[in-house]
Design a protein around this ligand. Structure first.
Ligand code: LLP
Length: 424
């Protein structure tokens, strides 16, 4: 809806001609639509209101941690879910109230835990008995009490790509379901720890309600049994994971997600939270690229772009499918033929699409790679000494650069050369 082809101006995102941004910033460059993020947040909140679910929304910062995106969501009144000291620092830098921040993650350093406690973080999701002990010791030394939720591994198959499923017993994430009651009891006896409840997150890019439902049912059983043991449980963090539509299937529905939460957990008088990332920002981001050359072969031609796996890693890492659309209105009308779309990095895996139906494109023409707002720019690297791409944000009809393309000398900032490496 926010993306449309205009007969003269070409591909428009919200109210901005994408060609204008590409011209100004050069390619590759990222574009985030602020209006799209706001609209998606509104839909999420409307679905929660419809389900009569008071839900604390904590944006999963890992999906896109640009200060502008964080600032926008902060202004809309959501909380944050962070997984590192860096994400905590980014969040507080744009004014998130630390009490509205949850710290998740399977390994947190003592420095990160100290920073979180020092800032007065709202909740720490603890993933192991070992971490609980460390946190107790640290909090006691600092004279603080850490509000803790135990992240439980419910052993539920989210049915997503193996590299992004997290809730199976043999994944590294969370505390084994069977160990949860005893560990919660132990947490209640530890100094510096205030156990408030549980957290669960089974994976990402989930488009059906059933895995959520199974996980929440198990969590509800756990809450009941821990309460039956006489321990108070007030919080349940339902995690993130709601998927979007990259290809032609339907996107994950907030309504069915919230119906599952309501049905399984709604009667337990819990303070419920969610940690969505991808669903909020994924469809709000694009990667613009130019065609460097078209390489004819015996099979489908190779379209070599100036964007590569170092910019958008998802196709290489997960064989993820991203829509690819020419910016030019004329190109969009031509008949389509199978094309291989690749980047210039020296890796066979540096490919965006194989046998994709696209109109014939000539060098210099531009394309948009769609649904790149989540796990896009944040997963970029500078492999092959390729500078981090520029970024723009638009909002309705206005747009602004939100990150300059990384200057080449910045690629080696911080590097030093020992004297024995230099020529005499
Ligand atoms: N909460 C926790 C504890 C998580 O581990 C994650 C994501 C989220 C929330 C947010 O999940 P979301 O709503 O965005 O699905 N790089 C991969 C995705 C990795 C997701 C990691 N955890 C990709 O590009 O598909």
């Amino acid at each position: 809806p926010s993306l449309r082809m205009h007969a003269l101006d070409g591909l428009m995102f919200e109210g901005v001609r994408l060609d204008a941004i590409a011209q100004d910033l050069g390619t590759p460059c990222w574009v985030m639509g602020a209006g799209t993020v706001r609209a998606r947040l509104r839909r999420l909140r409307e679905a929660a209101a419809e389900a009569a679910l008071p839900l604390g929304i904590h944006y999963a910062v890992k999906a896109n941690d640009h200060l502008a995106v964080l600032s926008l969501l902060r202004a809309e009144g959501v909380g944050a879910d962070v997984v590192s000291g860096g994400e905590l620092a980014r969040s507080t830098a744009v004014g998130f109230d630390p009490r509205q921040v949850v710290f998740s993650g399977v390994g947190k350093t003592p420095d990160e835990l100290r920073a979180a406690l020092g800032a007065g973080i709202g909740q720490i999701n603890v993933e192991s008995a070992e971490e609980l002990d460390q946190l107790s010791a640290l909090a006691t030394t600092m004279g603080r009490a850490a509000r803790v939720a135990l992240r439980i591994n419910p052993d539920v198959d989210a049915g997503t790509h193996a590299k992004i499923t997290t809730g199976l017993a043999d994944n590294k994430f969370g505390i084994a379901y069977a160990d949860a009651p005893a560990l919660f009891r132990r947490a209640a006896s530890l100094p510096g720890i205030e156990p408030v409840g549980f957290a669960v997150h089974i994976g990402s890019q989930i488009t059906e309600a059933s895995p959520f439902r199974s996980a929440y049912r198990r969590m509800a059983d756990l809450v009941r049994s821990v309460r039956a043991d006489g321990l108070p449980v007030s919080v349940l963090d339902c995690g993130g994971g709601l998927g979007i539509s990259y290809r032609d299937g339907p996107e994950g529905s907030p309504r069915t997600w919230f119906a599952a939460i309501r049905q399984e957990l709604g009667d337990l008088d819990l303070r419920l939270m969610i940690e969505p990332g991808r669903w909020l920002v994924g469809p709000a981001g694009l990667l613009l690229a130019s065609v460097l050359l078209v390489k004819r072969t015996a099979g489908a031609p190779f379209l070599v772009l100036d964007a590569a796996m170092n910019d958008l890693l998802r196709p290489s890492l997960y064989e993820a499918w991203h829509g690819i659309v020419p910016l030019s209105p004329r190109a969009a009308l031509a008949s389509r033929q199978p094309t291989n779309i690749v980047g210039p990095v020296c890796e066979t895996g540096d490919s965006f699409a194989t046998d994709r139906l696209l109109p014939p494109l000539a060098p210099g023409m531009r394309v948009a790679i769609l649904d790149a707002g989540a796990y896009g720019a944040v997963m970029s690297s500078t492999y092959n000494a390729r500078p981090l791409a520029a970024q723009a944000m638009l909002d309705g009809e206005r747009w602004q650069t939100i990150r300059e393309r990384q200057p080449v000398p910045a690629l080696w900032a911080g590097e030093t050369v020992p004297s024995w490496c230099a020529a005499p």
